[in-house]
Design a binder for this molecule. Sequence first.
Ligand code: NAD
Length: 251
Amino acid sequence: MFRLDGKVALITGSTRGLGRAMAEAMIAQGAHVVINGRSDDAVLAVAAELDLDGRSASGVAFDVADLSAGDAAIDTIVGRHGAIDILVNNAGINRRAAVEDFGDDEWRDVLAVNLDAPFALSRSAGRHMTAAGRGRIINTASIMGTVARPTIPAYVTSKAGLVGMTKALAVEMAPHGLTVNAIGPGYVATEMNTALVQDPEFNSMVVDSTPVGRWGTPQEIAAAAVFLASDEASYVNGQTLLVDGGMTTAL
Ligand code: NAD
């Protein structure tokens, strides 16, 4: 079960963190994964590291906030590999400031990367998937799409929007053979969270308020992505799977 042999997957923001773990897990299940990030050097280095057999990984560098570059990248992937079977909208950024100090540019940057880009890439990849009669779109949302914390208003808004977009695309695209789902990770120790992991007070908050009593690992998020990408998840559609150690279930 959960094999992805012969499938071509684009995972945005996969040079490190959750995206990279998803790439490793999908390759282990037989997929060809196209690595993405903004820097050519980083993308090519990670693709080379993961491409142990010469056919498991390749790279396409582009900034997901540049929507026309995203469209071109999807066409390049389909041109090279003949299909795009799996799109994981994973690249995401966060900016922290109190609401009264939150800048317009910060607001737009977060919405552009976390919400505009997933829509545009889904639209673009969705055209090819619809023509092929099959496809999987997986959005990396967050528990912050369901609950909220202070000082990250753009992030919370973007992730709640992504949860809504997941449902909107799921109902429209399923008749064409696609499923669209999201993963809502809880707190996972990645580069994005380095400052939080090192802050003793925040670290205690995570450990104490998570029923399993620890931060998550990138591999635990990647396992959910493999499941949602697999044929076995064919009747799961429009869902946001919260992988958070029970944090949002506890009061
Ligand atoms: P990370 O910062 O470690 O990695 C993010 C990746 O996205 C990097 O490869 C980066 O180069 C890439 N990226 C950022 N902006 C980009 C852009 N404009 N174009 C292309 N690539 C870009 O982050 P992470 O912790 O691995 O998070 C991945 C996703 O998971 C994000 O959407 C994040 O919001 C979400 N998430 C993370 C956590 C967590 O605890 N780490 C929790 C909930 C949700």
